[in-house]
Design a protein around this ligand. Structure first.
Ligand SMILES: NC(=O)c1ccc[n+]([C@@H]2O[C@H](COP(=O)([O-])OP(=O)(O)OC[C@H]3O[C@@H](n4cnc5c(N)ncnc54)[C@H](OP(=O)(O)O)[C@@H]3O)[C@@H](O)[C@H]2O)c1
Length: 337
């Protein structure tokens, strides 16, 4: 490579770094600004053929995080089947994927209905001749206090998130297990359950989702143990933090409370759908071949956040005072016992 080309490359790299710094600056000023973005800003760091030949079925794959996972899996070589209840939303997602050159098909269905789950899994196999990955991203959510939530509302969210996830896994087992139709006798497929982090502690107005996602995480671990052992299927999860430009976030953090959440965020911004999709690509690629039973938290450390009780300067002053006091204090006489 000539010196001139090298210099051009370096200039290009510096230019991109400056653009990223400006982007980071904008996000520091307004952590929710990426909700307005049309597209994720970064290119994938992974080779674009790392999922070549794989077939993925993604529930809730027509919108939000599920759609970004569908897109990124497709961009990395996978063929995509998406499942959801609204035909129009599915059709539009499929045509978007196809316009990117991705092999894609959509099936209408409700994860709460076992017959729908069975039909969609079978149709995916009939269409593509195999099934390698099942992503459970379908979920329901809304803000509500426990006393305002009817047992039926509670049950509905558990039905979609927890029972729906199990039902899809149950129906996909036949195709994902080693030796299953379209598979070799040496390797099984992968299940990825999209969870959350709010059930690690507790979350206001989210009792239904916290309970549902706790069950999802337990399902992930138990299937990883049993189906990992018996069928060579890896079962993992992803626990997203607040992700911009998703139906979930616009329901949970409406405009009215956006600025109030800012001061508690360790990385001072919401995540992008891209962040979750990259974690999914990593777990689905060979790089994740020894990962089983893990729910990978992708939240910028948010679930660890606590209000800061003291300013840093106050801590320094207190430490100096305490240190001085302990030096000045008379030594405690030794016990004679
Ligand atoms: N957004 C966030 O900040 C965030 C944070 C933590 C976790 N998550 C998790 O990430 C996942 C995606 O969330 P999102 O915010 O991107 O929301 P979303 O786009 O609203 O995802 C929900 C999807 O699931 C589908 N769905 C809902 N009920 C279904 C059912 N019974 N059967 C089949 N499909 C169904 C919906 O399509 P139809 O309505 O057409 O069926 C929709 O496409 C969810 O599991 C969510 O809990 C999101």
């Amino acid at each position: 490579m000539g010196d001139r080309t090298m210099t051009q490359l370096q200039q290009h790299k510096q230019q991109r770094e400056r653009e990223r710094e400006r982007e980071r600056e904008r996000e520091r000023e307004n952590p929710f600004s990426n909700q307005k973005k049309e597209k994720a800003t970064m290119e994938s760091p992974f080779r674009d053929d790392i999922m070549k030949g794989k077939v993925a079925l993604i529930t809730g794959g027509a919108s939000g995080i599920g759609f970004e996972i569908s897109t990124q899996f497709g961009k990395h070589g996978a063929s995509i089947a998406i499942m959801g209840r609204r035909k129009q939303v599915i059709d539009s997602a499929v045509s978007n994927l196809k316009s990117l050159g991705i092999l894609a098909v959509g099936f209408q269905g409700d994860v709460r209905k076992q017959e729908d789950a069975k039909r969609v899994v079978e149709s995916t196999f009939e269409h593509f001749g195999r099934l390698d990955i099942l992503v459970n991203s379908a979920a329901g959510n809304f803000l509500v206090s426990p006393e305002d939530l009817s047992p039926n509302g509670f049950r509905t969210v558990l039905d979609i998130d927890s029972v729906g996830t199990f039902t899809m896994c149950h129906e996909a087992l036949k195709y994902l297990k080693k030796d299953g139709p379209g598979r070799s006798s040496s390797s099984g497929g992968l299940i990825l359950n999209i969870s959350a982090t709010l059930h690690y502690t507790a979350a206001w107005y989210q009792i239904h989702v916290a309970a549902a996602k706790a069950a999802v995480d337990a399902t992930t671990r138990n299937l990883a143990l049993e189906w990992g052992t018996d069928y060579d299927i890896r079962v993992n999860g992803i626990g997203p933090g607040p992700i911009g430009d998703t139906p979930g976030l616009s329901k949970l953090v409406p405009d009215e409370i956006k600025n109030k959440t800012r001061e508690y965020m360790p990385l001072y911004k919401v995540g992008e759908k891209w962040d979750i999709a990259m974690a999914a690509v990593y777990l689905a690629s060979d790089a994740g071949k020894y990962i089983n039973g893990t729910t990978l938290v992708v939240d910028g450390g948010l679930w660890l956040s606590r209000p800061r009780h003291l300013a840093k300067e106050a801590v320094r002053q207190i430490s100096r005072t305490v240190e001085k006091r302990s030096r000045d204090a008379p030594l405690v006489p030794r016990s004679k016992i």
